[in-house]
Design a protein around this ligand. Structure first.
Ligand code: ATP
Ligand code: MG
Length: 567
């Protein structure tokens, strides 16, 4: 491609609302432009990158037997009512009406549509397993679209769905998907970790996210400094406490704590460390209001609470929920005599004689022991882990870093197949719901994550496999006949050798061209000037290291091919 003919509207300044470097650089390098909040046009340079990521994804999906389809982005509400998600999905779902007043949504994901296709067409175990995938536009009306195409409202996703006769088959495909995802992100040149993720009500470790480690990431990843355990921090397991509490069991007694509400205030007033005070937090869930207990020096994790209860959702109770349920005053809630189901972190179960609210103003109980003084519905891991906590698997220690979720794989079980009656006949002729899995990758988010990991103060430094152009051919002065002829010849030789080259044939100053080349981020630059050419030489500059070397013009294309393999 010739620069002069390409549409690459570069900018000197970043957009004012751009918070992260990938957003800034994508706009400045002329890859994307915003149309409305979270809605972007992908310009030629950007599309070259997305198409490369898509190609890698397709190769890996096809490699494990996935078959590509293309489903509509507009979906009828009836399917969503059937699956139960029409009401559950909330405001992220963009609902629309057609001229007949029929309700539709713009697909945020395609479980309903794909399950509908498969239930109509697949009837027998003989046609399972089946994996279908697509690369297609999604719409989610995100609360806070930001970071350019990393968290857009309209965005490109690869979504795959698998259908199986039994759980073993689903697990096998899940394993193959996990491997394919690792291959994809490795081939895109990314440094990533596969982390255990929230698998919701299904339980087990059948959901993993692929997180690209970057300080700008919105997710927090906890991982062990010794073994390969890694988890989204919202799910990261805390190691259960060992041994018994050394504190003797005391009698339950009420103590006056006038005006003392927070753990710090109560602790100071009663001379107790935060670890001996138990916080009682109220949560609104789809099974009603519940109480969660953690030590005063810990934070309760709502996702862990949801999973311990086995319900669909759990949100901190609002003041309205609290008032409606006639609960004790905030700051004085405690498990003793509380008229709600109580779920406790295992550290709380290990404690004896702790302090907790007395369910009336200005009072706490001391000497509280679980089991003896109150009933625990269920106990388990409820607290957030922190950097420095012990690893749940080995003698190592947790480290915490920020990550960008680029992919998510999930075993769905029979959630959709039961709701939507996607059944098959087994060899004995009995009807069973299909087991399912779903697997997503954000294509644009992957490109943005690659920039987060590969850039410097001058611009993007593309990993070779997803670079829009692998080589920038930069004539010092294109109007010089000798330079022009040599540049054109090298440019053609590169394309003939299968190298995607961008020839900067503009009449701009060399400084402008070099700055743009650094901004656009081709991994290799070749600079052709009259002086070097007089000696039959050209300059090779590696974008990443900024190291320049003068090389013979003869055989330069072959040298580029070899060099690109090493970058
Ligand atoms: P997040 O927690 O970041 O909102 P999610 O859990 O909603 O992501 P999934 O439903 O698992 O995401 O979607 C699959 C993939 O689609 C994600 O791993 C991510 O790469 C991509 N993705 C999700 N939401 C967006 C978005 N708003 N913009 C761009 N890509 C997205
Ligand atoms: Mg989301």
């Amino acid at each position: 491609m010739r620069y002069s003919q390409m549409f690459i509207p570069t900018l000197k300044e970043s957009p004012a609302d751009a918070e992260v470097v990938s957003h800034k650089l994508m706009v400045r390098a002329g890859m994307i432009r915003q149309l409305a909040s979270g809605i972007y046009t992908i310009l030629p340079l950007g599309l070259r990158v997305l198409r490369k990521i898509e190609r890698i994804i397709r190769e890996e999906m096809d490699g494990i037997g996935g078959q590509e389809v293309f489903m509509p982005s507009i979906q009828p509400s009836e399917l969503w009512v059937e699956s139960g998600r029409w009401n559950f999905y909330g405001k992220e779902l963009l609902r629309i009406k057609d001229r007949h007043d029929r309700e539709f949504c713009y697909g945020p994901t395609h479980e309903e549509v794909v399950t509908d296709i498969v239930r109509r067409e697949v009837k027998s175990y003989r046609h399972l397993p089946l994996t279908l995938y697509q690369i297609q536009t999604k719409f989610r009306d995100e609360v806070r679209p930001r970071f350019g195409i990393m968290r857009g409202r309209e965005f490109m996703m690869k979504d795959a769905y698998s259908f199986h006769a039994d759980v073993e088959s689903a697990r096998e495909t899940y394993g193959q998907m996990a491997q394919a995802y690792s291959n994809i992100f490795k081939r895109c040149g990314l440094t990533f970790v596969k982390v255990q993720a929230d698998s919701g009500t299904i339980g087990g470790s059948f959901s993993h996210e692929f997180a690209v480690l970057a300080d700008s990431g919105e997710d927090r990843v906890g991982f062990c400094d010794r073994c390969d355990y890694a988890s989204n921090l919202e799910m990261a397991e805390a190691r259960p406490p060992e041994g018994e509490d050394s504190q003797p069991e005391e009698a339950l007694r009420e103590v006056a704590t006038p005006g003392k509400k927070s753990v710090a205030e109560v602790g100071e007033f009663l001379s107790q460390p935060a670890a001996r005070i138990v916080k009682t937090l109220l949560f609104d869930t789809d099974r009603g209001l519940v109480a969660g207990l953690v030590r005063g020096d810990r934070e309760l994790n709502p996702i862990k609470l949801k999973n311990l209860i086995g319900c669909e959702w759990a949100h901190p109770a609002s003041e309205a929920d609290i008032a409606k349920n006639d609960c004790p005053p905030v700051g004085y809630v405690g498990p003793v005599g509380l008229n709600l189901k109580v779920f406790a972190d295992h550290e709380v179960m290990q404690l004896k004689s702790f302090v907790a609210g007395a369910n009336k103003p200005d009072a706490h109980f001391a000497g509280v022991s679980p089991g003896r003084d109150f009933k625990v519905e269920k106990s388990g891991d409820l607290r957030d882990v922190r950097a420095g906590d012990p690893c749940p698997r080995c003698a190592g220690t947790y480290q915490v870093r920020r990550g960008i979720e680029v992919g998510h794989i999930f075993i769905l079980g029979t959630k959709y197949s039961r709701a939507m009656k996607a059944n098959y006949l087994d060899p004995n002729g009995s009807e069973k719901p299909m087991e399912m899995g779903c697997y997503g990758i954000g294509v644009g988010r992957t490109a943005a994550a690659a920039i987060e990991q590969n850039h410097d103060e001058k611009g993007i430094v593309w990993p070779v496999p997803i670079a829009p152009f692998q080589v920038a051919v930069i004539p010092v002065n294109y109007s010089n006949e000798k330079v022009r002829e040599a540049s054109d010849a090298l440019y053609r030789a590169l394309w003939d050798a299968g190298v995607e080259a961008l020839l900067d044939d503009r009449s701009d100053r060399l400084g402008v061209k070099l700055n743009d080349a650094d901004l656009l981020g081709a991994p290799l630059q070749i600079i052709l000037g009259p002086k070097n050419l007089d000696d039959g030489k050209v300059e090779f500059k590696v974008r990443k290291t900024n190291v320049s070397e003068v090389q013979p013009l003869a055989g330069a294309a072959e040298k580029v091919v070899a060099l690109l393999k090493t970058l």
